[in-house]
Every structure is written in C-alpha cells, then in structure tokens.
Write a protein that binds this ligand. Sequence first.
Ligand code: 0L1
Ligand code: MG
Length: 262
Amino acid sequence: MSTMEIKRDMASLAAVVDEAARTATAIPQLTERVPDLTVEDGYAIQALSLARRLGRGERRIGVKMGLTSRAKMAQVGVDEVIWGRLTDAMRLEEGGAMSRANYVHPRIEPEIVFLMKKPLSGEVSPLEALAAVEAIAPAMEVIDSRYQNFKFALPDVVADNSSSSGFVLGNWHKPDTAIDNLGIILEADGRAVQVGSTAAILGHPLRSLVAAARLVSRWGERLNPGDIVLAGGATAAHALAPGMHVRAVYQNLGAVSLNVTE
Ligand code: 0L1
Ligand code: MG
C-alpha cells in the first residue's frame, strides 16, 4: 500500500489507535508509517476512533483540552491547544481505584472542569463562555499516550484522542467562583510532587473553555448542555505506579483523590 493509500485509509489508522487504547498496548507513532500525516488527519482519525468506542456502547460526555500550558506546548514544540473527546467509560470514581493494568504508561495531572448548562460553539468571549457554565469543579486527568515511550508528533497525539484515558471529578462549585489563580498541590503518597496554579491554564481556565468552543466548531460540533470540559493540566503530569495514592489539593475548591491498583 502506498503512503497516499494508507493516508486515505483513516479508518484503519483509527482502528490501530483504538485497539491500542482498548488493550493498553504501546504502538509505534502513526507518523512513522505515514510521515506526511497532518493534524487535520489526526482529528479525522480521532473522530473515527471515538465512533468505534460509541459502537461498543460508550457514551460521549464532553471534551478535554490539552497542551494548555506554555510548558506543555514547549515540550511538544507547538503553540496551539488541542482537544479530545471524553466518554463515560473514562470516568473514575472520586477517592476510588484505577487499575494500572488498564493503561500503557499513565500519568496524572490536576485540572479544572466546567459543566455546561447551555450550548456553546464558535468564537465566544470569556463572558459568553462563563454564561454557558452550570458549575466548576477541581479534577484530575489521567493521560496515557498509546505511543511507545510517550513520544509522538502533533498529528499522532491528536489521532490518539489527545492522550485522554481517564478523569476524576471533585465537588461542584458555583460558576462564578474565582478560578483565575488558585494554588494546587499534587501529592503522591502524601508527598508533594507538583505545585502550581490554575493560572497556568492559558492564564485563566476560562480561556481554555473559549478555545474549546472555537476548536469543536471547526469540526462541526458544539459543547452541549450537560457536557463537561476538562480545561487542561495546571502542572506537569506525574507518572502513576501500582499502590500509589494521589491527591490534588486546591485552594478554596477542596481535593480530588485516586488509588492506583495493580
Ligand atoms: O492533557 C494534556 O495536556 C495532554 C495532551 C497530550 C500531550 C501529552 O500526552 O502529554
Ligand atoms: Mg490534561
């Protein structure tokens, strides 16, 4: 099969990333097989991969924003945020357990999450975005690149649903709660492993919601009432190991925790 033919065969590439996620198996980067794969191709593969999840009975419940901090953008060498789709199967119970065996090489990062009460899409102002929010909460995202050694180019990570694999939500707060610069400590087994602020999320997490509205509309979609939007990591992500207890403690918002089992 020629490179062009492979590139056209987005469905088979979607099957590759979806199977890697479903079976927790590390795979080579798609851009090794298809060097001219574009970010647009990546989003097409991501959409087809989500369709496979929905076909297995999962329900789409929102989106995640990725690469929303300058540090992460620099790490991947881009200056654009990315997004991925969340399903109900990715949700982990607050204070509950996640099995390390279900992931390739999971990492965790503290985030802010928005719960939508109105539809939102396209170019919106921060005030318009806030008016569409029902509630905000502290959260943690489990990211798990399916690529070997957590290494990828931008089209790869987009195709791989922007590394989304799990999330845990804390208690909901009023939408007008100040979230522009709240201190966060990420603990592993009671020891602080990351310290940061919600300001690391594009300067203000609301900017991430504005970007989410813009990006989903580029793909003919919108944020719907009842959807959640994970705004992006506020610190670097921390690698998870069996037996670990992780907790993110937020100024004014409370804490979110998770236990990692074998
Ligand atoms: O949620 C994120 O910011 C992760 C986006 C993808 C990059 C990575 O897996 O580190
Ligand atoms: Mg994240």
